[in-house]
Design a protein around this ligand. Structure first.
Ligand code: NOJ
Length: 748
């Protein structure tokens, strides 16, 4: 036995003895989990209970507007049961030691962190990952994040973010899976599975947290933290399903959102937190607030002071207060005044303790941090390879005129231009946890490695991403003139998306477009290939680029291995297969624009003035949901259905034959959409109801079959009952949400 294992064994034994002395029922003792939790609860003072309902940030990372001094004293006093923004095995071990050895009951701390798209090995931002349409890849990314984060002493991640987002002005669109409900449900489940694995008590699994509950993505005008006012139907049909999917996948915690919903802030919203989450969905985990969101109910104007806000939150169904210190400061007083009861506190504490038991923390409070494992797994070769693979899969080829891409590896001189071409830190995107810019491979570095000594790679920054100066243009033009091909990396800085990063204009910032225009003109004149590589955290409005750039590859913020992954795609070592998880508008005035809109009573007719349209821009987006090109082409056979009339208990089989008709092997995401032609309430023009990502060798044909049942066509009908209505449906199958290939069926 190695020293380390002897140490761990002794450590485990010691903590078990400690726990026993303090009266905590150890795991394995007879009696169910509930009985153990109850007997521990019986030992606790009210202060200790309130401590378990309190989550404070450490000073290791800043993810919100307030910091507190003295969190270690709070741990020591048993006044906080959970800490976030503290990580590394060594540091968390030290904090845990204080909790276990220096508090009266020795209840272990729970350590949380925003491990959103990687802990140190950073994967593409979540929206980018979602563009892969590859559930295995998405699950793998969460798994890798969990392996690294748990080795670094973490138990809990504030992910997945499952907010449906249909407004690209909202910077947090980059944190989720995009605009679609069906797709969002699948991604939510894959992420929960990846983080939590099959066994929460395993030392390499991370408690997940579905956030931000609910409807945060519907903030008015895309401005972060803003008001949400939507119908119950829209709430249930669009914003809630991914949360329900997370519950079904076994997620252990939920986070409330900052926004108000129809007049009641989510953090004080009993309808959301109790009626739906507990009574309808039977969620058994605990609910944490977002950062100081109890306190924020005062400026929201629904509570006169923080004490009242705390009462509202507890009564609504909140179990844990993130960073606001409202329960910490006022809950005891509220109980003394009879505003809330000890029983209500007990309910919350029980839920939290239960998860701590399930994580195995009472068994061994140090189970999750291991300095040796930390060294071994973090940034391991396997993790870097996984990050590169997921990154490649996340890229979306938006345009490829005259087969500009892939570029030939035989090019003598390549010019890499643009403010993002050699930026390490931007590759990390928002919420990059412990990810370091120094570990990132930039596009320039990736290309240099790919092309080796046989090619000369020139680099010119051209301009800053956000700057106004054009002083660097001349150098960029010079590089472009000397090169055989130009690769232009433009987009947003990483800080332009994520929390508190809404934009009212969503084009290329600064003078980047001017730079692109100059270089496109030069390359056009010299008949030289030019490819634009976009790096950004949201759908952009890029009408000029869409019209004039020969090739556009959307790479989001691609993570630690971004540069290698982009080089793989630009030079044909990987054939792009990503599809947009959110619509790209032509201009910001079209927002909100998403594929599953309603038809209106006057659907757009270009010949008729009095129809629903703009005078200055088409209704159609620049690039629709589900869109993405490949270096090869795919042909679809007509849609076949095994019956044109089907009943409530039938399975309807829908199939197409897909042929790779181009000259590269490649992957296609075959998508199935449905239109319910007449309903008791109006239905969207299309809804995604199935997809499959397939690999086809060039020349290969494969049949793809989907099964639809009546329940797949259910919706909230006029009386709000959830069911499918009899009638006619149109089914579309193709490579994006505009697919015209269709068949008609009737549900009886
Ligand atoms: C606020 C953000 O809204 C949330 O997503 C995050 O998990 C917390 N801060 C903690 O950092």
């Amino acid at each position: 036995m190695t020293n380390k294992y002897i140490f761990l064994l002794l450590g485990g034994l010691l903590s078990a003895i400690c726990a026993f002395q303090k009266g905590i029922p150890p795991v394995g003792e007879t009696g169910g989990l509930d009985a153990k939790v109850d007997s521990l609860l019986a030992l606790m003072t009210l202060d200790e209970k309130i401590g378990q309902m309190t989550l404070f940030t450490s000073d290791w990372d800043v993810t919100g507007p307030t910091l507190r001094e003295g969190y270690k004293d709070d741990i020591r006093a048993g006044k906080t049961g959970a800490i976030f923004n503290a990580h590394t095995a060594a540091y968390n071990h030290e904090l845990q030691r204080i909790a276990v050895e220096e508090t009266r009951l020795g209840i272990p701390l729970l350590f949380g962190y925003d491990v959103i798209h990687g802990y140190k090995t950073i994967f593409p931002v979540s929206l980018g990952e979602a563009a892969s349409w590859d559930m295995e890849a998405i699950e793998k990314s969460a798994r890798v994040a969990a392996e690294e984060a748990t080795a670094a002493g973490l138990h809990w991640t504030f992910a997945p973010m499952v907010d449906i987002a249909r407004d690209p002005r909202w910077g947090r669109i980059s944190e989720g899976a995009g605009e679609d409900v069906f797709y969002g449900k699948k991604v939510a489940a894959a992420r929960v599975k990846g983080f939590q694995g099959g066994d929460l008590s395993a030392a390499n699994t991370l408690l997940a947290c579905a956030k931000h509950y609910a409807a945060y993505g519907a903030v008015q005008a895309g401005r972060d933290y803003h008001t949400v006012d939507i119908s119950e139907r829209v709430l249930r049909e669009t914003y809630l399903p991914p949360f329900k999917a997370a519950v079904d996948a076994g997620v252990g915690s939920f986070m409330t959102s900052f926004n108000e919903l129809n007049g009641v802030p989510a953090t004080g919203n009993k309808h959301l937190l109790t009626d739906i989450l507990r009574n309808e969905w039977h969620f058994k985990g605990f609910v944490v607030t977002d950062y100081t969101s109890i306190n924020e109910m005062v400026p929201h104007g629904i509570a006169a002071d923080e004490k009242a806000a705390g009462e509202l939150a507890l009564k609504a169904g909140v179990d844990m207060d993130m960073q606001g210190a409202v329960f910490y400061n006022f809950l005891k007083k509220s109980i003394a005044e009879g505003k809330v009861s000890v029983e209500q506190v007990d309910v919350a504490v029980r839920r939290i303790l239960k998860i701590k038991y399930e994580l195995g923390l009472f068994d061994d409070p140090y189970r999750y941090g291991d300095p040796e494992l930390e060294k071994k797994v973090i940034l391991s070769a396997a993790h870097l390879e996984a990050a590169r693979d997921v990154a490649r899969k996340s890229f979306v080829l938006l345009k490829n005129q005259d087969r500009t891409l892939p570029l030939s590896k035989g090019l003598k001189t390549v010019a890499v231009i643009g403010p993002l071409a050699d930026s390490k830190k931007d590759l990390l995107g928002s919420w990059h946890a412990a990810g370091n810019a120094e570990d990132c491979v930039t596009l320039l570095a990736g290309l240099r490695e790919k092309l080796g000594a046989a090619s000369t790679v020139l680099f010119a920054e051209g301009c800053k991403t956000l700057g106004r100066s054009k002083d660097g243009f001349a150098e960029a033009v010079n590089a472009a003139k000397r090169a055989d091909a130009v690769i232009l990396a433009v987009g947003e800085t990483r800080g332009l998306s994520g929390e508190a990063a809404s934009r009212s204009m969503i084009g290329l910032p600064g003078v980047q477009l001017d730079l692109v225009k100059e270089l496109v003109a030069i390359c056009r004149q010299a008949d030289k290939p030019l490819a634009v590589v976009l790096m950004n955290g949201r759908p952009l409005a890029i009408p000029w680029l869409a019209e004039n750039a020969p090739a556009i590859l959307e790479t989001w913020f691609a993570g630690t291995q971004g540069g290698h992954a982009i080089a793989d795609v630009l030079f044909g070592d990987y054939n792009p297969s990503g599809k947009l998880p959110a619509t790209f508008p032509r201009n910001v005035g079209q927002v909100p624009i998403y594929y599953c809109m309603k038809n209106t009573g006057r659907p757009m007719d270009p010949k008729n003035k009095y129809t629903s349209k703009y005078l200055d821009v088409p209704n159609s987006p620049q690039f629709p949901f589900g869109f993405g090109l490949s270096y090869t082409s795919f042909d679809y056979s007509p849609v076949l259905v095994d019956k044109t009339v089907f009943g409530r208990n039938d399975k309807l089989k829908v199939s197409v034959r897909v042929t790779n008709s181009g000259s590269y092997d490649g992957e296609e995401v075959v998508q199935l959409y449905v239109r319910d032609l007449v309903g008791s309430v109006t239905r969207p023009v299309r809804e995604l109801k199935g997809f499959e990502k397939i690999f086809l060798k060039k020349g290969e044909t494969r049949e793809v079959e989907f099964t639809l049942r009546a329940e797949d066509l259910a919706f909230y009908t006029r009386d709000m009952s959830f069911k499918a209505e009899a009638g006619d449906f149109e089914i579309f199958v193709g490579g994006n949400s505009d697919a015209e290939n269709s068949a008609k069926v009737e549900l009886r």
